[in-house]
Design a protein around this ligand. Structure first.
Ligand code: GDP
Ligand code: GDP
Length: 461
């Protein structure tokens, strides 16, 4: 099972060119398939290791009568309904036209997943058009040249979370089926990178010296696995080791904690944010390991804040829980301190562990997996806009100087971490408190605790 992508857009933007690039010679002629008209073409697409079905809404170029717009609308709606995801093409050289806006409206209302691509954007003549594409309210445009094969990597990256979702579902439905086989091993269009499913989850364990980082990692690894030894990492100071943590492939980065203690002893005092910073940059999930006896010290706060600013998913683990007497009281204090000192990580999981005894590691495992999942989450444009209508009613935006700021629509522009774009009038006048209201609402209503959420306001009056 795979997903279906519909390429939509007005005539002449390059839909067929892209379709042909994705499908190559593997075009399935659909004329005689029931329910599919001549106006929609369907083919088996390949993009690096991704396999999916692509629908092209071409075939209208010849239509010159004035019912064109109506027919185009119907055709597009049908393609949208058939597809799991839509790729909306505009011609970056021509900029956004009225017809493009009509399509955008259909997509905002009807499609679950939409990406905008600004096609024909080879060369600088297209720069303005690419920027204009933001105004469609459908997220960050993919800069593309279907004719020259540019932007295919960005398209791949955009589709990847979706493809992963379908691969997972396919695995769940039919575990015996090998879903990732490529029969004839065709070359990648742009040397696009390999499937992420095979790639381990990148985790960094950061924290002050003596927090218990190396004890924790060794415990997870187990004695026998450690025999293979830690590999020299990507940088001099970050060491990484790959493992299967209860079936979840992971690469764990540690900041010097795994080297022989003697070697780093003299450096311990200096190991600080700059060291952790590197590990954080490589990570998808950052585990901030605190020592229960001295939690939330300046250094811990700095590294947690850094992880947030770098846009990583964060899990806070409190170690040495075995030596804590008043566990209940301590936990209450920790929660209170966490909320007060790290409000930017609201809702991030706080897990108590003992690296020494191994207690709580199962919960840490679950928290890491969940954090990664949330970090990758994509909310459909249709759901977001239904949600936006609700929150605007519950708490209308302010009216600085008597003129109410109008929020028109929103879309999720990216994942890892989730980033949203809201099109509104006077974005510069929007008070930070209202943006916070929106971010907190998104966090609560779409169950995205702990992950950094980016909200961008864009002008459209
Ligand atoms: P459709 O009507 O949307 O299917 O558009 P076509 O794929 O038929 O393309 C319309 C015209 O735009 C053709 O002349 C293509 O060669 C041209 N075209 C398509 N993609 C690109 C591109 O990336 N750059 C440029 N410069 N022209 C393109
Ligand atoms: P690192 O510098 O963060 O890598 O910390 P280490 O893993 O070297 O641990 C520092 C000290 O804390 C060592 O003496 C460990 O034995 C001890 N330690 C680590 N984890 C625990 C724990 O869960 N409970 C207790 N009681 N001691 C621990």
């Amino acid at each position: 099972m795979s997903f279906t992508l519909a390429i939509v857009g007005r005539p002449n933007v390059g839909k067929s060119t892209l379709f042909n690039r994705l499908v190559g010679k593997r075009l399935a002629l659909v004329d005689d398939q029931p329910g599919v008209t001549r106006d929609l073409r369907e083919g088996d697409a390949r993009l690096a290791d991704l396999r999916f079905t692509v629908i092209d809404t071409a075939g209208l170029e010849d239509a010159t009568d004035d019912s064109l717009e109506g027919r185009m609308r119907k055709l597009t709606e049908r393609a949208v309904d058939m597809a799991d995801v839509c790729l909306f093409l505009i011609d970056a050289r021509a900029g956004v036209t009225a017809l493009d806006e009509m399509f955008a409206e259909i997509l905002r209302k009807r499609a679950d997943h939409v990406f905008v691509a600004a096609n024909k954007s080879e060369g600088s003549a297209a720069d303005a058009g690419v920027l204009e594409a933001y105004s469609l309210g459908l997220g960050e445009p993919i800069r593309m040249s279907a004719e020259h094969g540019e932007g295919m990597h960005d398209l791949y990256t955009a589709l990847l979370p979706l493809a992963d979702g379908y691969a997972e579902r396919a695995e769940a439905e039919a575990p015996e089926v090998d879903v990732a086989v490529d029969e004839d091993g065709e070359a990648d269009p742009e040397g696009v990178r390999k499937p992420t499913k095979a790639r381990p989850l990148q985790v960094a364990v950061v924290g002050r010296p003596n927090a218990g980082k190396s004890t924790l990692i060794n415990k997870i690894l187990g004695e026998d696995r450690l025999l293979t030894g830690p590999e020299a990492g990507i940088t001099r100071d970050a060491i990484s080791v790959q493992m299967d943590w209860d079936g979840l492939p992971m690469r764990i980065f540690d900041t010097a904690g795994m080297r022989k203690k003697a070697k780093v002893q003299e450096k311990l005092e200096k190991l600080s944010v700059s060291d952790g910073l590197r590990a954080v940059k490589f990570a998808e999930v950052v585990v901030v390991l605190l020592d229960a006896a001295i939690p939330f010290e300046q250094q811990d706060l700095r590294i947690a804040d850094l992880a947030e600013r770098e846009g990583r998913a964060v899990v806070v683990a409190v170690n040495k829980w075995d030596i804590e007497d008043d566990k209940q009281g301590k936990l209450r204090d920790l929660r209170e301190a966490f909320e007060r000192l790290l409000p930017q990580l609201r809702g991030a999981p706080l897990v108590t562990v003992s690296a020494k005894t191994g207690k709580g590691l199962d919960r840490l495992h679950a928290a890491v997996e969940k954090a990664y999942d949330v970090w990758n989450r994509r909310v459909s444009t249709a759901r977001l806009n239904r949600w936006l209508t609700g929150v605007l009613e519950a708490h209308p935006p302010p009216a600085p100087g008597g003129r109410r700021i109008k929020l028109r629509y929103m879309t999720q522009a990216k994942t890892r971490p989730p980033g949203f774009v809201v099109m509104c009038s006077h974005p510069d006048k929007m008070p930070a408190s209202y943006s916070r209201y929106l971010v907190n609402g998104l966090r609560d209503d779409f169950d995205m605790p702990g992950t950094p959420i980016r909200l961008t306001l864009r002008s459209q009056s």
